[in-house]
Design a protein around this ligand. Structure first.
Ligand code: ATP
Ligand code: MG
Length: 205
């Protein structure tokens, strides 16, 4: 068979309903397998055993310091645990997780989105719960419940402006996670100064 005949025959086959149905079902099957694999991976991470303890500790306390081996699931699972718990109980949920590096903010957002079973490319759109914001690039939508942001962006959000209710964006945040906290001492000092007045405002209300 000539190459042109092969490609014409392939084209004809791809146009049939049977071929397209087979293609769609194999994609769906592959997605379901990938979802199951990610779910299994999540369940076998060391942090998984502490899920209930973490959620309960946060329910009873304003601050939690989490320490664990590298790769145990701090950056991906802690934000996910909080989000899943809040949403499952119908509670307000707007989590900000700060990252020292732009690449971490992007890759964590994509990873957590995939672990939530969202389709590829959903991050930052209205069909996703996950977003990220780095300098010159904001991928946060109305539906975003968990945003990974660089430390600089977080500081700007905390200092003022851009809140949808007219106030500072921090006023809408329910949980602030400072990832890689041991690497950002000076930044933490600025953050605590921004959060201080907010706590006072809350106490006065
Ligand atoms: N982008 C990714 N692609 C593939 N696997 C990933 C990705 N991000 C995380 N993982 C997997 O998820 C697990 C948990 O990662 P996570 O980043 O939450 O760990 P961590 O406790 O924050 O580690 P570290 O202390 O190094 O920051 C890792 O062991 C890795 O197997
Ligand atoms: Mg981490």
């Amino acid at each position: 068979m000539l190459p042109e005949q092969i490609s014409a025959s392939l084209y004809n086959r791809q146009s049939t309903f049977a071929y397209q149905a087979m293609f769609v079902s194999s994609c769906v099957h592959r997605t379901a397998l990938a979802d199951m694999h990610l779910k299994h991976q999540r369940q076998t991470l060391p942090i998984a055993a502490y899920r209930q303890h973490i959620v309960q500790t946060l329910e009873d306390n304003q601050v939690l310091v989490l320490s664990g081996e590298t790769g145990c699931g701090k950056s991906t699972q802690l934000p996910a645990f909080i989000m899943e718990d809040q949403l499952s109980r119908g509670k307000a949920c707007k989590i900000i997780c700060t990252e020292p590096r732009r690449i971490s903010a992007i890759s964590l957002a994509q990873r957590v989105s995939a672990e939530m079973g969202e389709p590829a490319g959903a991050v930052g759109t209205n069909s996703s719960l996950i977003g990220y914001s780095i300098r010159l690039e904001s991928n946060i939508a109305k539906s975003t419940r968990l945003a990974f942001v660089t430390n600089g962006i977080a500081l700007r959000m905390l200092e003022g402006g851009s809140g949808q209710g007219g106030g500072a964006a921090i006023d809408e945040v329910t949980h602030l996670i400072v990832d890689e906290v041991s690497k950002v001492h000076r930044w933490l000092f600025h953050i605590s100064q921004c959060i201080g007045p907010r706590k006072a405002r809350k106490c006065n209300n």
